[in-house]
Design a protein around this ligand. Sequence first.
Ligand SMILES: O=C(O)c1ccccc1N[C@@H]1O[C@H](COP(=O)(O)O)[C@@H](O)[C@H]1O
Length: 197
Amino acid sequence: MYVKICGLSEPAHVAAAVEAGADAIGFVMTRSPRRVTPERAAELAALVPAHVLTVGVFRGEDPETVRAAALTSGVRAIQLHGRHPHADFLALRDLGVTLVRAVDSGADLRCGAYDEDLLLVDAPHAGSGQPWDWAAVRGRPSGRWLLAGGLSPHNVAEATAAADPWGVDVSSGVEVAPGVKDPALIEAFLKAVRGAR
Ligand SMILES: O=C(O)c1ccccc1N[C@@H]1O[C@H](COP(=O)(O)O)[C@@H](O)[C@H]1O
């Protein structure tokens, strides 16, 4: 099971996620309690070994703004929330990074329908930490897709059993306060996922 830990802003928490075995690490570069500047994301991304994917998270920004932030930060993937049109994914294709389309369950759930590489199926309010009806998407997404939205060390096994995703993504569920990660919760999340299958 592929695991992304999102919304990191401190070197110690990046190290904790890498040490725990995360496959991908996200830096939020849009309005959020977890927001980091592209320059800060670059400092954090430099601490991440090559086998771990670095992801810049955006919501609703135009492709040129996303492009500039991705180039400054050096992230190797771009995650777009907010029902971006297909044209926005095509406009970023030449960057040569992994493109992640983040949607709620009412969207087109075919990974690749917008020329993205990964699909992320999230709660209606991304980053809110609110669990939702994960079972409702079981069997609907196609291709490589991540389940997100209200996951935590306590419920991720239940969520993966319900939705049968290719991977999972967590932010609030490994925090002690909005934007404040807890290394012990990051480790517990990875253990819960790896033990879930
Ligand atoms: O984390 C945020 O604040 C955020 C802001 C804007 C877009 C996406 C955001 N986070 C993403 O939300 C999901 C799940 O978060 P949670 O575990 O429910 O808190 C995850 O993909 C984050 O990347």
